[in-house]
Design a protein. Structure first.
Length: 181
Protein backbone atom coordinates (compact mmCIF):
# COMPACT_ATOMS: atom_id res chain seq x y z
CA UNK A 1 0.00 0.00 0.00
CA UNK A 2 1.38 3.37 -1.06
CA UNK A 3 1.56 6.26 1.42
CA UNK A 4 -0.63 9.29 0.61
CA UNK A 5 0.98 11.86 -1.75
CA UNK A 6 1.31 14.46 1.00
CA UNK A 7 3.32 11.99 3.10
CA UNK A 8 5.66 11.38 0.13
CA UNK A 9 5.99 15.15 -0.32
CA UNK A 10 6.81 15.56 3.37
CA UNK A 11 9.43 12.83 3.18
CA UNK A 12 11.00 14.33 0.05
CA UNK A 13 11.05 17.76 1.70
CA UNK A 14 12.54 16.29 4.89
CA UNK A 15 15.28 14.56 2.89
CA UNK A 16 16.08 17.78 1.01
CA UNK A 17 16.12 19.75 4.24
CA UNK A 18 18.37 17.23 5.98
CA UNK A 19 20.75 16.95 3.05
CA UNK A 20 21.24 20.73 2.90
CA UNK A 21 22.08 21.21 6.59
CA UNK A 22 25.85 21.24 6.06
CA UNK A 23 25.56 23.81 3.28
CA UNK A 24 23.17 25.92 5.35
CA UNK A 25 25.52 25.83 8.33
CA UNK A 26 28.48 26.82 6.12
CA UNK A 27 26.45 29.61 4.53
CA UNK A 28 25.39 31.01 7.91
CA UNK A 29 28.93 30.74 9.34
CA UNK A 30 30.24 32.68 6.36
CA UNK A 31 27.78 35.52 6.99
CA UNK A 32 27.91 35.84 10.76
CA UNK A 33 30.66 37.57 12.72
CA UNK A 34 33.55 35.38 13.85
CA UNK A 35 32.78 33.74 17.16
CA UNK A 36 29.02 33.75 16.55
CA UNK A 37 27.40 30.34 16.88
CA UNK A 38 25.08 29.85 13.87
CA UNK A 39 23.11 26.96 15.38
CA UNK A 40 20.26 29.04 16.83
CA UNK A 41 19.86 30.95 13.60
CA UNK A 42 20.03 27.70 11.62
CA UNK A 43 17.24 26.29 13.77
CA UNK A 44 15.13 29.41 13.11
CA UNK A 45 15.77 29.05 9.37
CA UNK A 46 14.77 25.37 9.51
CA UNK A 47 11.52 26.23 11.26
CA UNK A 48 10.75 28.89 8.65
CA UNK A 49 11.59 26.46 5.84
CA UNK A 50 9.24 23.89 7.29
CA UNK A 51 6.45 26.45 7.73
CA UNK A 52 6.89 27.56 4.11
CA UNK A 53 7.36 24.09 2.62
CA UNK A 54 4.20 24.40 0.52
CA UNK A 55 5.77 27.43 -1.18
CA UNK A 56 8.71 25.38 -2.45
CA UNK A 57 8.20 24.06 -5.97
CA UNK A 58 9.63 20.54 -6.32
CA UNK A 59 12.15 20.34 -9.12
CA UNK A 60 13.50 23.85 -8.48
CA UNK A 61 16.73 24.69 -6.67
CA UNK A 62 16.17 23.78 -3.01
CA UNK A 63 19.54 25.18 -1.93
CA UNK A 64 18.89 28.56 -3.54
CA UNK A 65 15.46 28.72 -1.89
CA UNK A 66 16.98 27.75 1.48
CA UNK A 67 19.78 30.31 1.18
CA UNK A 68 17.33 33.07 0.27
CA UNK A 69 15.32 32.41 3.42
CA UNK A 70 18.55 32.17 5.43
CA UNK A 71 19.65 35.50 4.00
CA UNK A 72 16.48 37.16 5.33
CA UNK A 73 17.12 35.67 8.75
CA UNK A 74 20.70 36.95 8.74
CA UNK A 75 19.56 40.43 7.69
CA UNK A 76 17.02 40.43 10.50
CA UNK A 77 19.70 39.21 12.93
CA UNK A 78 21.96 42.10 11.89
CA UNK A 79 19.09 44.57 12.32
CA UNK A 80 18.64 43.36 15.89
CA UNK A 81 22.39 43.64 16.55
CA UNK A 82 22.49 47.07 14.96
CA UNK A 83 19.49 48.23 16.99
CA UNK A 84 21.27 47.01 20.12
CA UNK A 85 24.38 48.85 18.86
CA UNK A 86 26.43 45.66 18.78
CA UNK A 87 27.06 45.70 15.03
CA UNK A 88 27.03 48.19 12.22
CA UNK A 89 26.75 46.43 8.83
CA UNK A 90 24.48 47.76 6.15
CA UNK A 91 22.15 45.48 4.18
CA UNK A 92 24.10 45.96 0.96
CA UNK A 93 27.33 44.67 2.51
CA UNK A 94 25.52 41.65 3.95
CA UNK A 95 23.95 40.96 0.54
CA UNK A 96 27.35 41.12 -1.20
CA UNK A 97 28.90 38.79 1.38
CA UNK A 98 25.94 36.41 1.01
CA UNK A 99 26.28 36.36 -2.79
CA UNK A 100 29.95 35.50 -2.48
CA UNK A 101 29.35 32.83 0.16
CA UNK A 102 26.54 31.22 -1.80
CA UNK A 103 28.65 30.90 -4.92
CA UNK A 104 31.63 29.48 -3.03
CA UNK A 105 29.89 26.49 -1.45
CA UNK A 106 30.92 23.37 -3.34
CA UNK A 107 27.87 21.92 -5.11
CA UNK A 108 29.58 18.62 -5.97
CA UNK A 109 30.51 17.99 -2.33
CA UNK A 110 26.98 18.79 -1.21
CA UNK A 111 25.43 16.55 -3.85
CA UNK A 112 27.71 13.70 -2.80
CA UNK A 113 26.70 14.19 0.85
CA UNK A 114 23.02 14.34 -0.14
CA UNK A 115 23.34 11.08 -2.08
CA UNK A 116 25.20 9.46 0.81
CA UNK A 117 22.47 10.59 3.23
CA UNK A 118 19.76 9.11 1.03
CA UNK A 119 21.66 5.82 0.82
CA UNK A 120 22.27 5.75 4.55
CA UNK A 121 18.63 6.52 5.38
CA UNK A 122 17.63 3.46 3.37
CA UNK A 123 20.06 1.35 5.42
CA UNK A 124 18.48 2.36 8.73
CA UNK A 125 16.11 -0.01 10.48
CA UNK A 126 12.55 0.86 9.52
CA UNK A 127 11.66 1.80 13.11
CA UNK A 128 14.62 4.23 13.30
CA UNK A 129 13.73 5.77 9.94
CA UNK A 130 10.11 6.17 11.02
CA UNK A 131 11.20 7.80 14.30
CA UNK A 132 13.34 10.30 12.37
CA UNK A 133 10.54 11.04 9.93
CA UNK A 134 8.01 11.58 12.70
CA UNK A 135 10.40 13.73 14.76
CA UNK A 136 11.40 16.05 11.92
CA UNK A 137 8.02 16.20 10.22
CA UNK A 138 6.79 18.58 12.93
CA UNK A 139 8.96 21.30 14.51
CA UNK A 140 7.75 20.64 18.05
CA UNK A 141 9.82 20.27 21.18
CA UNK A 142 11.33 16.93 22.13
CA UNK A 143 9.13 16.92 25.23
CA UNK A 144 5.92 17.32 23.18
CA UNK A 145 7.10 14.80 20.62
CA UNK A 146 7.99 12.24 23.33
CA UNK A 147 4.63 12.80 25.03
CA UNK A 148 2.83 12.08 21.74
CA UNK A 149 4.88 8.88 21.40
CA UNK A 150 4.24 7.87 25.04
CA UNK A 151 8.00 7.88 25.64
CA UNK A 152 10.38 9.51 28.04
CA UNK A 153 12.00 12.67 26.52
CA UNK A 154 15.46 11.51 27.64
CA UNK A 155 14.94 8.18 25.92
CA UNK A 156 13.82 9.89 22.71
CA UNK A 157 16.84 12.23 22.82
CA UNK A 158 19.18 9.25 23.26
CA UNK A 159 17.52 7.30 20.44
CA UNK A 160 17.69 10.25 18.06
CA UNK A 161 21.31 10.99 19.04
CA UNK A 162 22.27 7.37 18.33
CA UNK A 163 20.44 7.38 15.00
CA UNK A 164 22.14 10.65 13.96
CA UNK A 165 25.54 9.25 14.99
CA UNK A 166 24.89 6.11 12.94
CA UNK A 167 23.89 8.26 9.95
CA UNK A 168 26.99 10.44 10.32
CA UNK A 169 29.23 7.33 10.49
CA UNK A 170 27.52 5.84 7.45
CA UNK A 171 27.87 9.08 5.47
CA UNK A 172 31.57 9.34 6.33
CA UNK A 173 32.09 5.74 5.22
CA UNK A 174 30.11 6.31 2.00
CA UNK A 175 32.25 9.35 1.22
CA UNK A 176 35.51 7.65 2.19
CA UNK A 177 36.02 10.03 5.10
CA UNK A 178 36.30 7.44 7.86
CA UNK A 179 39.91 8.47 8.46
CA UNK A 180 38.75 12.05 9.11
CA UNK A 181 36.56 11.23 12.09
Amino acid sequence: MKPPPEQNADLAFTLDLASHQAALAAFLRSLLPVGTDPRDLQQEVNITLWKKKEQFEPGTNFKAWTFQIARYHVLNHFRVLKRDRRLVFDDELVARIADHAESSIDNDMLQARRNALRGCLVKLRQTDRELLEMRYADPESIEDFARRQNRNPGTVRALLRNIRKALARCIRMELGEEALS
